[in-house]
Design a protein around this ligand. Structure first.
Ligand code: 13P
Length: 242
């Protein structure tokens, strides 16, 4: 019913040559899951061209919260749609913690993406401190409510959410399956009837070693992979496990 999605977030890594190697590796990929990669902005066109005619989609790691206008240095959802992108990440924890993005800005980005016909992946998750204080569910609830308020009550019904506990990102220490499934179930229940089709991904130290077990869980519909997506054989292996 919910098609698995494997997403590779390349973050600020790579150069023209290395991106060409990743693209070449993706050309031979055959799998049942939906697959999307998020290259750095300047390489998006290179990746779109290289992957044209394949089932692998391309997205942006960030977008502007505005439609168009005098916003020097920003890129709009419509521009991304115009060149052939299908997805974008919004609210990645690195954007929130390093660039001060707040829930309202993230919600506006999510809304702009949907208006332009992009599929936003709403990233959310708690820091270790927030988890230790027992704030995980309240925090996630608030992050979701702001999106519903800004983009509409049904805006998450056919959308994608990525639960990425900040403490599991890039640490080699993923959350446990039980911790993840509990949060995903909480999100699904919070969305009620409108969350039946919502795809909820997990991100944070995902590797081929934990992909199959993650995807076996009732409410885990895919994975958002950082570091391990930069090795194309490893990434393809994860796609095939999905
Ligand atoms: P890692 O897979 O490197 O932990 O990164 C996760 C992430 O931030 C994906 O967006």
């Amino acid at each position: 019913m919910r098609r698995p999605l494997v997403a590779g977030n390349w973050k600020m890594n790579g150069d023209k040559k290395n991106i060409a190697t990743l693209v070449a590796g993706l050309l031979s990929l055959k799998c049942k899951a939906d697959v999307v990669v998020f290259p750095p902005y300047v390489y998006i066109l290179q990746v779109l061209t290289g992957l044209s005619g394949t089932a692998v989609a391309v997205g942006a790691q960030n977008i502007s919260e505005y439609k168009s206008g005098a916003y020097t240095g920003e890129i709009s959802s419509e521009m991304l749609r115009d060149i052939g992108c299908q997805y974008c990440l919004v609210g990645h924890s690195e954007r929130r913690s390093l660039y001060g993005e707040n829930d309202r800005q993230v919600a506006k980005k999510f809304h702009q993406a949907q208006l332009a016909g992009l599929k936003p992946i709403l990233c959310l998750g708690e820091t270790l401190k927030q988890r230790e204080k027992g704030k995980t569910f309240d925090l996630i609830s608030a992050q979701i409510d702001t999106v519903l308020d800004c983009a509409g009550v049904n805006s998450l019904s056919d959308a994608i959410i990525a639960y990425e506990p900040v403490w599991a990102i890039g640490t080699g220490k993923p959350a446990t399956i039980d911790q993840i499934q509990l949060v995903h179930q909480y999100i699904r229940e919070k969305l009620g009837a409108s969350g039946v089709k919502t795809r909820i991904l997990y991100g944070g130290s995902v590797t081929p070693a934990n992909t199959a077990e993650l995807l076996f869980q009732a409410d885990i519909d895919g994975v958002l992979v950082g570091g391990a997506s930069l090795d194309i054989d490893t990434f393809n292996e994860m796609c095939q496990l999905a």
